[in-house]
Design a binder for this molecule. Structure first.
Ligand code: GTP
Ligand code: SPV
Ligand code: MN
Length: 592
């Protein structure tokens, strides 16, 4: 085996892990196209991947997971800190000793007859001051090929790491994909992740949720930065100035869509453009000029396929036209391409569904693609990828936007009174759950869209947000907002057209950041005057009356909500920062 590094901590860890899992052979991933091409071929030969039509989808592949392994498993995801209180009431917790014993027992000998792949990867541009290195040991070619799209992989990562011990250890073992033995464990104190018995996305691409959010949020707490479940986009105005926004929405609630939005025609004509820096994760630090800067630690998009189409998100669709791995979508046998619900109105008749069964989309009552089926696409494919995508210093952030799926209650948009109130606004996020986390449509609290991803006690995390704010000059601190694209009318229809039209709301947000647009002060925050949301071109779709209804603050509903928030805060047993308790009391008294 050709080792790619002499870093003693890497070699020692690998020796230990390889002794445990006992592979037949070890392959170091050097990041070369030649090596990846060989692995793709091997995966096709074994059936792990299916090669798609080279003319229509060059370099693209389809993969189907096991039927029991189609999404993250939050109930089997653990934060393993020395004491339970460090993980907090919103995380599953296991004592580190117990977790190591349990998982090493499962991992033991699990690579026998298989190949071990050693993946050195960087979250963030290699060598950026924001970036961090990881090594993932896996027995899955699918993981190698996905990591090669989602992160920067190869020898350069080791060259920058040198002999440092500051890298994240990640062990992934497919084992038998046994649901009852599936564990996704994070050990923040040890920079370590162990994932067993899964082959699905967020459970096994360890650079993503396990490292870039759970471990990184803990590192950020210790090192004074933030790791967030946020997209990053740039809005370019007709004068050519670009302002950047970070937005946190729960899984499958519109980050990829917003990050790549195409401005409505009236905006396009004026010269507005939107640039995508990231669609899922932000790492945020204070820059030398006192502003907050963000990078996207990833290098690709692991996006929700269903609903992605030429109208909803043409940029995402374009991103999947080459070098993409599709997971759990429909295979169209007629032309060896892929299909999913919401791609177009012509489901293939001669097809294979995500379960691997023959499927006729013209008659079948069942869905052909899994609701959480995904594409893994290189960021460089995206037609609107930002010129700042590789900028090692990141981009300066003007606004933070929080948002969830709320059929009622949350208005289309509102602005927090100040930073600390903004932390409160983020903390009270709630959303109807989606297929990304299993059960669909239940309202649950999801503070900052980080409920499944915060690697330590969420009360400490809120305090960390407040502490970061305290280091910022008020005029340099990003302004904080909340949006809700998902409000429904009495008949259950979405009231707001969403997608590209969301730029109309971002427009108001950026005007507020510049101190331009007007607003009304309400109990929950600043609400736009309906006339200030630009409806040019959609006047027939959205009436002023309907817009006013979307901006309404229903005091009775909010009073109930405030009690729900108080109950949620009570779970933290006195640890919720006093600034947030004060915001809750202020809300209650304003609503009374
Ligand atoms: P993760 O990758 O799971 O973190 O999710 P994401 O937040 O990137 O989700 P994505 O953008 O893929 O959202 C997918 C779902 O949100 C699809 O069902 C879309 O149809 C829906 N969606 C996105 N934007 C809008 C919108 O503006 N309005 C409405 N009504 N639905 C939207
Ligand atoms: C999410 O669920 O928020 C995702 C997909 O972005 S996964 O990588 O599977 O977590
Ligand atoms: Mn996500």
């Amino acid at each position: 085996m050709v080792e790619l590094t002499r870093n003693p901590s890497v070699l020692k860890w690998l020796e230990e892990k390889l002794k445990l899992v006992k592979p037949d052979r070890v392959v170091w991933i050097d990041g070369s196209e030649e090596q990846l091409a060989k692995l793709r071929e091997e995966a096709c030969a074994s059936g792990e991947l299916h090669k798609l039509n080279e003319e229509l989808l060059p370099g693209c592949y389809l993969h189907r997971t096991a039927l029991n392994d189609v999404a993250r498993v939050e109930h089997r995801t653990f934060i393993c800190t020395p004491v339970k209180e460090m993980a907090g009431p919103t995380n599953n917790w296991m004592a580190p000793d117990e977790a190591y014993a349990l998982l090493e027992g499962i991992a033991k000998n699990s690579y026998i007859g298989r190949t071990a792949y050693v993946i050195p990867y960087s979250m963030g541009p290699v060598g950026s001051p924001f970036s961090k290195a990881g090594v993932e040991l896996t027995d899955s070619i699918y993981v190698v090929l996905n990591m090669a799209i989602m992160t920067r992989v190869g020898k350069a990562v080791f060259d920058v790491l040198g002999d440092s011990e500051d890298w994240v250890r990640g062990l992934h073992c497919r084992c038998g994909i046994v649901e009852e033995q599936r564990y996704i464990c994070q050990f923040p104190q040890d920079n370590t992740i162990i994932s067993v018995n899964s082959g699905y996305g967020g459970n096994v691409l360890l650079g993503k949720k396990c490292f870039a959010l759970r471990i990184a949020s803990y590192q950020g707490w210790k090192e004074s930065w933030l790791a967030e479940h946020m997209l990053i986009l740039g809005v370019e105005n007709p004068q050519g100035e670009v302002k950047y926004i970070c937005a946190a929405f729960p899984s499958a609630c519109g980050k990829t869509n917003l990050a790549m939005l195409i401005p409505p025609e009236s905006y396009r004509k004026k010269g507005y453009r939107v640039w995508c820096v990231g669609d899922d994760i932000s790492w945020i630090r204070k820059g030398a000029d006192g502003r907050l800067y963000a990078i996207n630690p990833e290098n690709g998009f692991f996006g929700v396929a269903p609903g992605t189409n030429e109208k909803s998100n043409p940029n995402a669709l374009a991103s999947t036209k080459q070098g993409t791995i599709f997971t759990n979508v429909v295979l169209n046998n007629d032309n060896n391409t892929v299909w999913w619900e919401g791609l177009d109105k012509n489901p293939p008749a001669n097809a294979i569904d995500w379960k691997g069964n023959a499927w006729d989309g013209t008659v079948s009552g069942e869905k052909g693609a899994h609701p959480n089926s995904r594409f893994t696409a290189p960021a460089k494919n995206c037609p609107c990828v930002s010129s700042e995508f590789e900028n090692p210093q990141g981009v300066p952030i003007s606004a933070f936007v929080f948002g969830g799926r709320r059929a009622k209650l949350a208005p289309l948009v509102y602005q927090a009174f100040d930073w600390n109130h903004g932390v409160f606004v983020g903390s009270i996020m709630a959303s109807e759950t989606t297929a990304a986390a299993g059960a669909v449509g239940v309202v649950r609290r999801d503070p900052m869209a980080m409920l499944p991803f915060c690697g330590y006690n969420m009360a400490d995390y809120w305090q960390h947000w407040i502490d970061i704010g305290a280091t910022l000059d008020a005029e340099k601190a990003p302004k904080i907002f909340n949006v809700n694209w998902f409000r429904k009318d009495e008949e259950g229809n979405f009231m707001w057209p969403g997608f590209g039209d969301n730029l109309r709301v971002l427009d108001w947000i950026l005007e507020r950041c510049e101190g331009k647009a007007q607003a009304d002060e309400t109990a929950i925050g600043f609400i736009p005057k309906a006339e200030d949301i630009n409806l040019e071109g959609i006047e027939n779709e959205v009436s002023l009356a309907s817009l006013k209804a979307m901006l309404e603050v229903d005091s009775a509903l909010w009073r109930t909500e405030a009690e729900g928030i108080a109950e949620f805060y009570a779970r933290f047993e006195g640890k919720v920062p006093s600034e947030m308790q004060a915001s809750l009391e202020m809300l209650r008294s304003k609503l009374a």
